[in-house]
Design a protein. Structure first.
Length: 172
């Protein structure tokens, strides 16, 4: 009787859904690509490749892989002062008679708010706000007071921005 040889099984190709579940895998080349893009988000793949001594197609495929895995996103960062937003505030919010997540969602809808976090500690929510001047701040505070569930606010006005690094995601 003739035995049939088993074909080796083909490795399972990851599905699109698997891409987001896989742990972040950055090697040294990925880190350098990201570092170069942090310096100049519009740097051409050709220039990145030349700097790193690799093929531009390799750069493009690595960037595409990192974007698909949600490990990399290229965005424009606007300068607050260039848009006349001269007052930056940190506001701590204490919530009462309502879930903090619901209040945070309402706060996030306000156009002056550019960051909202539920936090631990003395406050339930911390947010960062940018307005043009004192009159705009007064208007903002009146609208803020109309949001249900806010028990108290702890507001601080930035007098100097010592460090602002929107690109702080760690590269391992």
């Amino acid at each position: 009787m003739k035995t049939q040889k088993k074909r080796p099984e083909r490795p399972k190709q990851p599905s699109k859904a698997d891409d987001h579940d896989a742990p972040a895998q950055f090697d040294a080349v990925d880190r350098r690509i990201v570092e170069l893009l942090k310096t100049d988000g519009r740097m051409l793949n050709r220039d990145i490749a030349e700097t790193l001594g690799i093929n531009p197609v390799t750069v493009a495929s690595r960037i595409e892989r990192m974007e698909k895995a949600r490990l990399l996103r290229t965005v424009a960062i606007a300068d607050f002062a260039a848009f006349g937003l001269d007052l930056l505030l940190t506001i701590g919010v204490e919530v009462q008679n309502r879930r903090a997540a619901e209040v945070a969602h309402d706060l996030a809808q306000l156009p002056e708010v550019f960051s909202v976090q539920e936090v631990t500690g003395a406050r339930d929510i911390e947010m960062l706000v940018a307005v043009t001047d004192i009159a705009a701040l007064r208007d903002f505070m009146l609208r803020l007071g109309a949001i249900a569930g806010i028990r108290s606010l702890d507001t601080g006005i930035a007098i100097d921005v010592v460090k602002y690094s929107p690109d702080m995601a760690p590269l391992r």
